[in-house]
Design a protein around this ligand. Structure first.
Ligand SMILES: CC(C)(COP(=O)(O)OP(=O)(O)OC[C@H]1O[C@@H](n2cnc3c(N)ncnc32)[C@H](O)[C@@H]1OP(=O)(O)O)[C@@H](O)C(=O)NCCC(=O)NCCS
Length: 128
């Protein structure tokens, strides 16, 4: 819970709310090495597939573009269908994290969940 609270309060967070202000999903983003970095995009499993994730992603991208960012980036699982393929269908391209800056490599490494190989993760970037 503490990790969730610092993720939401320590970043620029957009929230999708339903009836009675029920939390349906959120997108938390910040800045890494001059790029907007999508740190978390998450939707309540009960309402997945209704376009909420796409809407949160596009709203985050639009806000980043308006704030002057030229690229939006994230790290995610290469082979999970609603991870890298989801972002690829929304204009993100896989980028070689080994040749990225130290700050980006640190960010990518810091987002690898415990027990997961870094090779299972990819850096993805979209121009804004
Ligand atoms: C990724 C996530 C945010 C998408 O949210 P969403 O509201 O379901 O997204 P949308 O309704 O806009 O789009 C759903 C897309 O995901 C795909 N999808 C959703 N659940 C899926 C599943 N279980 N298996 C395969 N594809 C799935 C749909 O095919 C659709 O893709 P398409 O429109 O390109 O064909 C949501 O699945 C989620 O919270 N997942 C768990 C957390 C996570 O993995 N976050 C991303 C980490 S970087």
């Amino acid at each position: 819970m503490q990790a969730f609270i610092s993720l939401v309060t320590g970043n620029d967070t957009l929230v999708a709310a339903g009836e009675g202000d029920r939390l349906l999903g959120f997108a938390a983003s910040g800045e890494v090495d001059g790029m907007c970095w999508l740190k978390e995009l998450s939707v309540d499993p009960d309402v997945m597939g209704a376009g909420i994730g796409t809407a949160l992603l596009e709203a985050t991208a639009e806000r980043a573009r308006a704030a002057g960012f030229r690229r939006i980036a994230l790290s995610t699982f290469r082979d999970v269908p609603f991870n890298a393929p989801f972002y690829a269908r929304r204009g993100f391209c896989i980028s070689d994290s080994q040749s990225a800056s130290a700050a980006i490599r640190r960010q990518v490494a810091g987002e690898v969940p415990e027990g997961v190989e870094i090779a299972d993760r990819v850096l993805m970037i979209r121009d804004l």
